[in-house]
Design a protein around this ligand. Structure first.
Ligand code: ADP
Ligand code: MG
Length: 711
């Protein structure tokens, strides 16, 4: 490690971005260990540890202008310092600057401090202003004695960094300042080591009027006093955007590289005579829609090529994605290969298992079931059949990819409703199914439409198909918004619908953080409903039921034995009971629009007019009302996703586990989406004219996250 230090004339130690933090003055083993908790191991890490916000200590504010809540730098003379004995012993010091009075309050203090604050001393203080009993106050401010009474404001804004125990702001500021001051200038030294290399070519910086990286980092760590602070904190300042630009570029390049590398990988050619797929389509009780046919054809074209398919199928709830998946699975089987179908929840996996078995068994195709909870002999048999290739299709949860499971000849992996999967999980899954140098094809199905801008960035490694047509005869679902105070009316509606021979869902979304409490809430709701509606049979499903129990309840609901099904959001995806025509969603204001739309998609699957009741916990904020109204007035999942994205941002819409997004440190896909076309173009130029810079750019921003890039 020590060799990345470079001695320059004058014997001062100069740093490179690769120097360990211990190369900085004052950083020993203990501090280095604490810094590592912030993912700071090298000088470069430190420079990319960016401020969360800033404090303005560049201007001394007159005390008369202070307001509670603001952070301020003030300068005044001590008029009185005394120890007070209330419930706690404390030190109070009153300052005056000629425009007003301010009290400093300390709960921890020593005799020396008390002496330092003696009457007549001039102090400069920084802290948050609070309203005290008599005057405005600062509690435990940072302060300094001023010899001549002349304030010494800072010349730059003061950064506030993400910190951790034992590494405070003071330390971070000191280290960053030191690092910036002693970093080697560009270009790199004779060993190829240097300061922060500018990886974006001059011509591109000029074309989009971008500052250099060094300039941007200097600004961000030490913005000049007159900087537009609001813009800097909101991420719209040009210096901040410069970093976001480069970060998006790095992500984009890494996804493009993945896509490119995929073309160099081999996959089995899944091309049969078409007989199985044709027989399957013929046996369906309905005609596939044009969109289903088109997407299936796109998939089959991919499967017939010797490179691994990586295709995302987007389709609104109820657009019939399962059928398309089944068609793809049969294309694999027909070619003599196996397929795995993976669902995110046990419930959905079970549902798929039943669907696939009922479709595939008549065609003589074996389907196995494998979940995290399958045990004993059934599990052993399933595992053996999969390993021996006797079973062509395996359906299950992520348990399908545990170590114990080996496939004889896995040709296709279908991942359903798993938009929360990041690029790394997708790749890991593909590697798991690898046999020799061949990787299985991958099909990803999602009902959460992904807007184009996101598709270009977070999903740039995928090809995309859209099922943009619903099966004919679908009823749009009427959506109504009611207060929880009108529960009695809602109950009457449930009774009415169920008496007419229809069925209903009652959804209790996550309110409690813990699954256990959530299930408890659903259990209580079910008991309440059973009591209020004694003539109806009320069922209950939640995540904690044993699979057999869950299956029994769902089976009962499907066959009409249960009128009203109380459920947690486990039914969000996949459940298909066409006779259900009413859905009540409690605390609807707490859910995202896309999720509500998903839930709503459970009704409106039959010929009957269906209704979704969004019940909110009063009072509802104006914004909350606006959101629910947006859902009521719109039935198009794509449009809803766009609005959801605008209201909540991509992190929440796509889930925090969306690895490609979670890694963004500076950029924000929503805020910075106007940069994406530039980034796209810049990526093209870099790959063509400066390919040697691409790996460094990716490593700088994705670090270890790019470890799959070589697979
Ligand atoms: P999703 O896209 O939400 O996963 P599903 O695959 O569960 O949708 O399909 C929803 C329902 O529509 C199922 O009952 C399915 O049998 C039915 N379905 C699928 N395709 C068609 C079609 N072309 N015509 C009529 N019904 C269809
Ligand atoms: Mg589905």
């Amino acid at each position: 490690m020590g060799q990345s230090l470079t001695r320059v004339p004058g014997n001062a130690v100069r740093l490179t971005v690769d120097s360990p933090v211990t190369a900085l003055r004052g950083v020993g083993g203990q501090l280095a260990a604490r810094l590592a908790r912030l993912e700071i191991r090298t000088v470069g890490d430190l420079l990319f540890h960016l401020p969360l916000r800033y404090q303005d200590r560049t201007r001394v504010l007159p005390m008369g202008a202070l307001r509670p809540g603001m952070e301020a730098l003030v300068c005044g003379q001590v008029q009185l310092t005394q120890v007070k004995y209330g419930r706690r012993r404390m030190l109070l010091s009153r300052l005056n600057d000629g425009t007003g009075t301010l009290t400093l309050r300390f709960f921890h203090f020593g005799a020396a401090q008390q002496q330092a604050l003696e009457k007549g001393v001039w102090l400069q203080c920084f802290g948050e202003i609070r309203k005290g009993p008599a005057t405005l106050e600062m509690v435990h401010p940072e302060y300094r004695r001023l010899a001549g009474g002349v304030p010494e404001p800072a010349t730059t804004l003061t950064p506030v960094y993400p910190a951790t125990e034992g590494v405070g702001q003071h330390t971070l500021r000191r280290l960053v300042t030191q690092a910036l001051a002693s970093l080697l200038p560009e270009p790199a030294d004779e060993h190829g080591r240097g300061g922060i290399a500018e990886l974006v070519p001059e011509s591109l910086l000029a074309r989009w009027s971008l500052p250099s990286l060094r300039e941007a980092l200097d600004w961000i760590h030490r913005p000049p006093a007159d900087t537009d602070l609001r813009g800097l904190e909101a991420g719209t300042h040009p210096m901040r955007r410069r970093l976001a630009w480069e970060e998006l570029l790095a992500h984009h390049l890494s996804l493009r590289r993945l896509r490119h590398q995929r073309r160099c990988h081999r996959a089995p050619v899944l091309e049969g005579d078409g007989a199985l797929v044709a027989a399957f389509l013929r046996a369906l009780p309905f005609e596939p829609t044009g969109a289903q046919r088109r997407v299936l054809a796109e998939i089959r074209r991919d499967l017939a090529r010797p490179v691994p398919m990586q295709r995302l199928v987007q389709g609104d709830v109820g657009s019939g994605k399962t059928l398309v998946a089944a068609g793809a699975v049969l294309a694999a089987v027909e070619a003599g290969w196996q397929a795995a179908v993976m669902a995110p929840t046990e419930l959905l996996a079970e549902q798929h298992y039943h669907n696939f078995r009922s479709w595939l068994a008549p065609l003589g195709v074996q389907v196995a079931w494998l979940s995290g909870r399958s045990r004993g002999q059934a599990r052993e048999e399933a595992l053996q059949a999969i390993a021996a290739g006797r079973t062509a299709v395996a359906v299950g949860t992520h348990a399908l990819f545990q170590d114990a499971v080996t496939f004889a000849a896995l040709g296709l992996v279908v991942v359903d409703e798993q938009h929360r999967f990041g690029v790394h999980q997708r790749l890991a899954l593909r590697e798991k199914g690898r046999q020799g140098d061949r990787r299985p094809h991958q099909l990803i199905m999602t009902a959460t439409p992904i807007p184009r801008t996101l598709m270009m960035s977070a999903y740039a490694d995928l090809d995309c198909s859209v099922i943009d047509e619903l099966p004919p005869g679908r009823q749009t679902v009427d959506t109504v918004i009611v207060s929880g105070r009108r529960r009695a009316e809602v109950l009457a509606r449930v009774r009415h619908v169920c008496r007419a021979g229809r069925q209903a869902y009652w959804v209790c979304p996550l309110i409690e953080e813990s699954e256990q409490l959530q299930c408890q809430a659903a259990t209580e709701t079910a008991a309440m409903l059973a009591e209020a509606l004694p003539e109806l049979r009320v069922g209950l499903v939640h995540g904690r039921l044993a699979p057999a129990e869950k299956e029994a309840v769902m089976g009962d609901f499907k066959s009409g034995g249960i009128h009203l099904l109380v459920a947690t959001t486990v039914i969000e995806v996949g459940v298909d009971v066409p006779n259900a025509s009413l859905m009540i969603i409690e605390n609807a204001e707490r859910l995202g629009l896309a999720q509500l739309h998903q839930l709503r998609g459970r009704v409106g699957r039959g010929s009957e007019k269906s209704v979704c009741v969004l019940m909110y916990h009063a009072p509802l904020s104006a914004r909350g009302r606006e959101r629910l109204a947006a859902l009521r007035d719109c039935n198009d999942g794509f449009e809803i996703a766009r609005r959801d994205l605008a209201l909540r941002g991509p992190g929440e819409v796509l889930g925090t586990r969306q690895a490609g997004l979670a890694q963004l440190r500076v950029a924000d896909l929503l805020r910075d989406q106007d940069l994406l076309p530039q980034v796209n173009e810049a990526a093209r130029i870099l790959l063509q004219e400066y390919p040697e810079r691409v790996p460094s750019l990716i490593r700088r921003w994705l670090g270890d996250g790019a470890k799959y890039a070589g697979v």
